[in-house]
Write a protein that binds this ligand. Structure first.
Ligand SMILES: [Zn+2]
Length: 241
């Protein structure tokens, strides 16, 4: 069994965050690596994806080819699914039951959103936060008929760990007020969870929770690009059963 964190989304929407536990990949991708772009053996990644789909009981998984941008695509079914995922996509939306939307990360924050009959997911790192992938996801979901939205933020690198140059923190703060923070050492940092929460509130999404967990501080549970460089990717997954 895979070790999945339930997002606790309101019914009928379902959402989980994967951890690195329960897959078949070998070090340094051990073990539930879901990404094909990180030099892991392709067959092992495919196997991990099958294990995930089986445990969730979904018809299939839809991926984005994530580029730290703000591109959001609507997935109608699985016919447009590819191994690498849809081009230029850091957010996915669907109204189709049985299609699980996946956004990967290894420090970046996966964010799940749900309303009655519409679900979405975004990959929110520092560039995505600054470029506004979350407001774009909310806009597209409303276009698809979403009413009141609930958001659940996944595991990511925390504000006490995510040190960046002061000028960079300033730029992100300008684009996404509330994201600038301070590390344990007292240097400037970006707090993705705080920035994303504030950004969602500004577009009217106020029911926001976080499952918590700092990816950099929990090597047994999560992948962390900043900690390990060459490593795998866990993911946020949302679907309508
Ligand atoms: Zn941390």
């Amino acid at each position: 069994m895979l070790d999945l964190l339930d997002a606790g989304l309101p019914a009928p929407a379902r959402g989980v965050f994967t951890t690195r536990q329960g897959g078949v990949s070998l070090p340094p991708w051990d073990s539930l690596n879901l990404a094909v772009h990180v030099d892991d053996a392709h067959a092992k990644v495919v196997r991990n994806r099958v294990l995930l789909a089986e445990q969730l009981g979904v018809e299939g998984l839809a991926f984005g080819k994530q580029v730290h941008g703000s591109g959001v695509r609507v997935v109608k079914g699985l016919s447009n699914k590819t191994t690498r995922g849809l081009d230029d996509t850091d957010g996915l939306v669907t109204t189709t039951p049985g299609v699980a939307l996946v956004m990967m990360g290894a420090d970046c924050l996966p964010v799940l959103l749900a309303a009655d009959g519409v679900v979405g997911v975004a990959h929110v790192g520092r560039p995505g936060l600054a470029k506004g992938v979350l407001p774009e996801l909310v806009r597209v979901m409303r276009e698809q008929g979403a009413g009141e939205l609930t958001a659940v933020l996944g595991p990511g690198i925390c504000g006490r760990c995510y040190e960046v140059p002061a000028s960079m923190a300033g730029e992100v703060e300008k684009a996404a007020p509330g994201s600038r923070s301070t590390t344990r050492q007292g240097t400037t940092s970006v707090d993705l969870t705080a920035g994303a929460t504030a950004q969602l509130a500004r577009v009217g999404v106020t029911v926001v929770s976080s499952v918590g967990g700092c990816t950099l501080e929990q090597p047994d549970r999560f992948f962390s690009y900043r900690r390990d460089g060459r490593t795998g990717r866990h993911a946020g997954v949302v679907w309508l059963p």
